[in-house]
Design a protein around this ligand. Structure first.
Ligand code: PMP
Length: 287
């Protein structure tokens, strides 16, 4: 069945939606995006994603083309049109399509931004079998640009990282810069040692995950100890547990790093508990 998608104010069947070949998202990766999860037909942490969207736009000097209320209405309409119970909404805003290719930013008064949203239906997202098995990861060098805090559509290196993981027969890759782990290709990375949850502190080196922020808050509310600091792959391999967080994976245990099993090689109790808490709490607040 064809999806209904949103492009610049119009709701269209997916095969009728079009964007110009001069669009700067296409030519220069000059755009930002957000992915918001849907559970039970409701949006998880829409407010958090909207705040980060505004921040990303601001960091690349792009005006905001849509108000929060209107954007929420578009999300809701797409969920309804496409009958999404569990899945994701993808949103992308680019600097639009000027008349020709040029490195210089076009005037936003004459070149409106392009805004596109579509749904991805994923029945069983919350009850994922991977959460019971845990993920295996490899480490790779972090070769991305220096502003990873901005959620740009420049995802070539993360895609290459996923392909390196696939070739190695595992699920994902953790990226390493100057000897310490930055994050996963599309998620934030954590280890657990002696009951302490350890994750890299926020900076331009990593994306400020919306799930990260919620999970760390829930962890502290549940009296778990959180330490924000760098850690190495060797330290991670000696940890009791590891996990990742992202809007579409929630909290997902990691059971192997560079062919070394962690603990019993099965999802750890703390990651499993945090996943339950995250799903419960976020579904209560879903809108
Ligand atoms: N880091 C990177 C590089 C990501 O691509 C993502 C997912 N977009 C995350 C972390 C997790 O962020 P969030 O929890 O907001 O999905």
């Amino acid at each position: 069945m064809s999806r209904t998608v949103y492009v610049n104010g119009q709701y269209l069947p997916e095969n009728e939606a079009k964007v110009s070949i001069f669009d700067r998202g296409f030519l220069m990766a000059d755009g930002i995006y957000e992915v918001t999860s849907v559970l039970g037909g409701k949006l998880i942490d829409f407010d958090g994603h909207f705040v980060r969207l505004e921040r990303s736009l601001n960091e690349i000097d792009m005006p905001s083309p849509i108000s929060k209320e209107d954007l929420l209405a578009v999300h809701r309409k797409l969920i309804k049109c496409n009958d999404v119970d569990e899945g994701m909404i993808y949103l992308q805003i680019t600097r639009g399509a000027p008349d020709d290719r040029d490195f210089v930013f076009p005037d936003p008064e004459t070149t409106p931004q392009t805004i596109v949203l579509f749904t991805q239906s994923k029945p069983g997202l919350a009850d994922s079998p991977a959460a019971k098995k845990g993920l295996k990861v490899i480490s790779i060098e972090d070769m991305r640009w220096g502003r990873r805090d901005i959620k740009t559509v420049q995802l070539l290196y993360p895609s290459m990282g996923k392909m390196m993981a696939k070739k190695a027969g595992v699920d994902d890759a953790w990226m390493v810069q100057d000897g310490t782990v930055t994050e996963g290709t599309s998620n934030n990375a954590y280890i657990v040692k002696n009951g302490q949850i350890i994750t890299r502190a926020l900076s331009n080196d990593i994306l400020h995950g919306i799930t990260r922020s919620a999970v760390l808050r829930f962890a502290e509310e549940a009296q778990m100890e959180v330490v924000e600091r760098n850690f190495t792959i060797e330290e991670a391999q000696q940890a009791d547990e590891a996990f990742i967080t992202s809007a579409s994976m929630f909290v997902m245990p990691v059971v192997e790093i560079d062919q070394q099993s962690l603990g019993q090689g099965t999802p750890g109790p703390l990651a499993t508990r945090l996943r339950e808490i995250y799903l419960e709490e976020s579904m209560l607040k879903a809108i």
